[in-house]
Design a protein around this ligand. Structure first.
Ligand SMILES: Cc1cc2nc3c(=O)[nH]c(=O)nc-3n(C[C@H](O)[C@H](O)[C@H](O)COP(=O)(O)OP(=O)(O)OC[C@H]3O[C@@H](n4cnc5c(N)ncnc54)[C@H](O)[C@@H]3O)c2cc1C
Length: 385
């Protein structure tokens, strides 16, 4: 409803993403969800439209835009299917560590392939015993002359098996814990690297989530990103940059649910009139719209703040992810309720949206962890004051 004064280029990104959503996602979203099926068609369409290069600098073949433009694409695509968008966004998540810490050779080697969408990325931090407590990872990377030998297991990794490039956080100095973690670039075909089974999920079922196994996986030393010991810092900076994208995913998904509920309630006749005419229904839709717009405004502001080159982005980034995903969980649940039994039936995508929304409160750090981050930043402000 609001005008966010997008530039011509930003409007083009939205329009391109919308067209991909209409042509390559909308007709199949229900089927992919039912069959838990990943499909390359929308990914190829995004690649052809250069969407994978949105925030990659022009010198590496990207479009040279920032977090905000990426959020616009993610938001627009998520209205059609947050699962498909997870594949897109997770590839961006895997590209950030190379942008943040890659040397010239690494950037020149990997970024053009990523920007062109020829190679998808994945970001592998989580392990069976290390979720929120990411510092308790056990995967090791032992130095052996000009090589590192990786051993361990990563769990619930988006794009496992379909990505060619994996950013893996592993311990080069286990005694030091998080300060002994380093970030590595692993190729899909590296010996000693294997992909586990595809997980069966509640939502985001058009995306692929798997385990990754490392068994004496031998990497040349030029696969190290940054320096030894920087892995945890790279991972946290990556999440700071990507979390507004989860917020944008929530905003797009919420928009889809709102529009579906609006369309249905204005046509569903009970007691001789559209149920929208009952104030209990129209007020709920009004609340959905107002809360969604507030979430969108926050996500856009945070993304623009990041693009301004601001240094302290952890708190704002966590706020965008937290508030937008909570809002959309509520919106999708209300959308199901306002549509009654129709909302509950799998034929109507709104129940899928509710299942998809749940994960946005969990991945890239649960919303409890986002509140920990926000609280930590608040405490710092109080100290400074
Ligand atoms: C579909 C999907 C895709 C994913 N993709 C990736 C990926 O690509 N790469 C990757 O590395 N990871 C990925 N993850 C993992 C995801 O980031 C973790 O699931 C998430 O960080 C939470 O960890 P956990 O599931 O182990 O929950 P736990 O850490 O076991 O948390 C359980 C509960 O305890 C709460 N809790 C834990 N610690 C605290 C605390 N200190 N304060 C308050 N509450 C706390 C949590 O909020 C949660 O409610 C994915 C997960 C899913 C579901």
């Amino acid at each position: 409803m609001l005008d966010y004064f997008l530039t011509r280029e930003q409007k083009i990104i939205v329009e391109v993403a919308r067209q991909i959503g209409e042509d390559y996602i909308k007709p199949y979203a229900h089927e992919w969800d039912e069959k838990e099926e990943f499909d390359w068609r929308p990914i190829r369409a995004m690649a052809k439209a250069d969407l994978f290069g949105i925030f990659i600098p022009k010198e590496y073949g990207g479009l040279g835009f920032g977090t905000f433009e990426n959020c616009l694409a993610v938001e627009t695509l998520s209205k059609y299917c947050a699962g498909v968008t997870t594949t897109f966004a997770a590839s961006g998540l895997g590209a950030y560590p190379i942008l943040i810490a890659g040397n010239k050779e690494q950037k020149a080697k990997y970024l053009p392939e990523i920007a062109a969408g020829r190679k998808l990325c994945a970001f592998a931090l989580t392990e069976p015993q290390a979720g929120s407590d990411a510092a308790s990872i056990k995967t090791t990377a032992q130095k052996d002359g000009d090589y590192y030998i990786l051993n361990g297991i990563k769990q619930w990794i988006t794009n496992g098996g379909i990505a060619d490039i994996y950013i893996v956080i592993a311990l080069t100095d286990p005694k030091k814990g998080a300060r002994g973690a380093s970030a590595f670039i692993v190729h899909k075909n590296d010996p000693g690297f294997a992909i586990g089974q595809k997980e069966k999920k509640m939502g985001l079922r058009a995306s692929v989530t798997t385990e990754l196994f490392f068994s004496n996986c031998r990497l040349p030393k030029d696969r190290l990103l940054g320096r030894e010991g920087m892995g945890f810092i790279i991972a946290m900076r990556t999440l700071d940059l990507s979390r507004p994208g989860v917020g944008a995913q929530a905003v797009g998904l919420g928009q889809g649910a709102l529009e579906m509920a609006l369309h249905h309630t204005r046509r569903r006749i009970q007691f001789g009139q559209p149920v929208f005419n009952f104030q209990a229904v129209s007020h709920t839709l009004a609340e959905m719209a107002a809360k969604l717009e507030a979430a969108r405004a926050l996500v856009y502001s945070v993304a623009r703040y990041i693009d301004s080159g601001a240094k302290s982005i952890s708190g704002p980034s966590a706020m965008a992810k937290y508030l937008a995903s909570e809002t959309t969980m509520w919106i999708t649940e209300r959308a199901v309720q306002m549509m009654g039994g129709f909302g509950y039936m799998r034929e109507f995508l709104v129940e899928k949206m509710m299942r998809d929304a749940k994960c946005l409160q969990i991945y890239e750090g649960t919303n409890e962890i986002q509140k920990n981050v926000i609280a930590r930043e608040l405490a710092k402000l109080d100290q400074e004051g």
